[in-house]
Design a protein around this ligand. Structure first.
Ligand SMILES: C[S@@+](CC[C@H](N)C(=O)[O-])C[C@H]1O[C@@H](n2cnc3c(N)ncnc32)[C@H](O)[C@@H]1O
Length: 217
């Protein structure tokens, strides 16, 4: 019988092979623009499925307290090493000034206090359509109606079986957050050429990258 790969096995392989096309070496420009004039000093920021994103540094520079979650521990260690940040490790958690980075499955992360900010780039697209309700349900336990959100996602003309990145109709996300009492608006929407061979092989030639926010700036 053919062995099926679990999502975490899939991502372990991605990291092992170094095929981390999602990783950006600079701050995400839309994130910088969006949060530029928002005072984040002392605010708690949640970055789920963080990879080793440099965007964490932006929030630290803004004086925020960042909690990031990434299950692949070598990526977490790379984040600290590549950015020359000293850390202390307790169990699966890594601590530095104003930063807690948990090397764990997102679904095992809980909080007593809802986060002030949710910055979510490319984590919803990790989950297929069947698993996303669980993702939204878990997110709903980590934020509240006063949290400031910036969410990055994509839609494409491939099938719902394709992914990651999985296609997500914008309306699905809006409906999921509406159930949490949060009204989302489109901040940006761009049609991009699908450059990955894997996507092109599936006939996906373009994708719509969009971002959603709940506070009008
Ligand atoms: C598409 S990448 C996005 C990374 C990051 N947000 C960025 O912008 O660079 C998705 C990340 O989620 C991680 N991941 C996947 N499933 C996870 C889970 N259940 N819990 C924690 N991390 C997970 C993967 O290892 C990968 O680093």
């Amino acid at each position: 019988m053919e062995k099926t790969t679990t999502p975490l096995e899939f991502w372990s392989q991605v990291w092992d092979e170094g095929t981390i096309r999602f990783h950006q070496n600079n701050y995400n420009s839309e994130m910088v623009k969006y949060f530029k004039d928002i005072d984040l000093k002392g605010k708690s920021v949640l970055i789920p499925l963080a990879g080793k994103t440099k965007d964490i540094l932006f929030f630290l520079e803004k004086g925020a307290h960042v909690t990031a979650i990434e299950f692949w521990e070598p990526a977490v260690i790379s984040f600290f090493e590549e950015n020359n940040i000293p850390y202390k490790k307790h169990g699966y958690s890594f601590f530095a000034d104003n930063l807690t980075f948990h090397a764990m499955d997102f679904f095992n992360f809980t909080t007593e206090k809802p986060f002030d900010v949710l910055f979510d780039r490319a984590s919803q697209v990790v989950f297929n359509r069947a698993d996303r309700p669980r993702y939204y349900e878990h997110i709903s336990k980590l934020i509240n109606q006063r949290s400031i959100l910036l969410l990055f996602s994509i839609d494409h003309n491939g099938s719902f079986d394709y992914g990651p990145p999985h296609k997500i109709p914008k309306a699905e996300i809006i409906t999921a957050y509406k159930k949490m009492g949060i009204t989302l608006h489109t901040n940006s929407e761009n049609i991009e050429v699908a450059t990955s061979d894997k996507m092109q092989a599936q006939g996906i030639m373009s994708l719509t990258a969009f971002t959603l926010i709940n506070v009008n700036s």
